[in-house]
Write a protein of this length. Sequence first.
Lengths: 279, 284
Amino acid sequence: MSAALSVNALEKRYGSTTALGGVDLEVNEGELVGLLGPNGAGKSTLVKIACGLVRPTRGRAEVCGARAGSLDARRQIGYLAELFRFPGWYSADELLALHQRLAGSGGGAAERGELLELVGLADARDRRIEAMSKGMQQRLGIAQALVGSPPLLLLDEPTSALDPVGRRTVRQLLEELQSRGTSVLLNSHLLSEVELVCDRVVILLRGEVVSEGSPAELSRARGIEIETDEGTQIHEGTREDVPRLVAELVAAGRQVYGVRVLTSTLEDTYLEAVGGETS
Amino acid sequence: MSAIPTIAGYALREALRRKVFAVVLLLTAGFLFLYWLANHYLFADVNSLGSPSPAIEPRTFAGAFMVGLAMFSTLFLGVVLAIFLTLGAVRGDAERGLLQPLLVRPVSRPTLLFARWLGAIAVCTPYVIAVYATAVVITGVTGDWWPDHSVVPAIELAAGVAIVAALSLLGSVFLTATANGIAIFMLFGAGLVSGLLGSIGHALNSHRLEHWATIVAWAAPFEALYQDGLREITADTIGLTGYLIQLGPFGGANTGGVPVRLWACAYLVVVGLIASFAFSRRDL
């Protein structure tokens, strides 16, 4: 079975600027992959190539086996852009109806109602978009991306305008989608969010993948901090080494007051990978 | 293809909501009132003063001049509307983030462009025909003069506006909304100036001026159609009256006929193909 998104040696150049320099990436069925990287790392370019808004210079991107950008590929995706806008005179319901017609979804009013319920906008069904807050528009954007139940969802900073409650709603939504088997490529600056929901994380820097793995794999052990009557010392080892180390210290006549297993967070790994680069 | 009515309806709704449409309607009402006033006074004077020469039919001269003026104004208002409805259709909408959500749907870019054009002309062409028809009726009722041919000029004006809408959509693929609006207005102005130069060349018997004006009119066929429409309103008027009308600014210096109409259709197809090709290759 082909992956929901398969990217091979993908390159994109804008004149002399290299936005993507040979990226390989796969998002498997039902997998939620987080795309991290500083501004200008190529994250949005990668997502735009996947949904056909940008043409690659070299390499290949496929959505469910179809060339990215083709009509067949676009039938398989839902997309929320980082910078998007919907016509202000449409109501939430009318906007979803428009996208249903364009996506060929036969879900009708039931699907629209379900999607608005899912993003917490059931009460704003007939409200004009121009009368909505930015956060509400972002949630409507997510509902729009879900029209027609696409197998692959491409979300570019979907929570940038949301408050903490809105972010939690989206997190729960992503978990719900994951349980339904929907594949998601999530482009986000919010590391804690990515760490909480993603199965796998890919870190991009200057158009290249510099680190990849599950959040647990990327959160490595950094040692064990032990406080004794002689002060605090850091010992090499993992959680499994704690009983042995404490026993050795006690045997040596030390009094142990506290033990802490040190692990690097995703943020540490990220900062290490990008070298503190921000743009 | 099923996306065409959906996107055309989207464009139509967008067009009818824009303030520019309300402004154009208001200006049109003002223009038609002034036009009626001008007809009223002009034909009152024509009736009281009579003709300066027995060979000139003053009512025909005045009527043709007024309807010619109405055609110019109608074309101008229609072009304003067409440009403002299409000037930001691609690059402008992409920069505002309006285009991307539509383009990631299974809709080809040429389909989207064609539907946007249909949406724009669904507003502009009925508008142009309605304003032209109202002006003809005002002149007919006020001055008891009717054009020799009324329907063909209406169609040609509408087609001219449709061509400007297509050119504006093509420009919107490359240029920002403001730059595109300026470019298309300048192109429209250049076409009108060349038409006037053609009339001057015709009056002064300058073949080279006429030749170049004809080339420009064919390169910008909205101008050729407008000239052809002007010619049609007095196509059957003969003698000194007809000759003098031909020499005036609304005489329709360039005779176009069927070849110009066929060329206008081909031109639309060519503009559509170039716009589709360029849009298909554009990163958004």
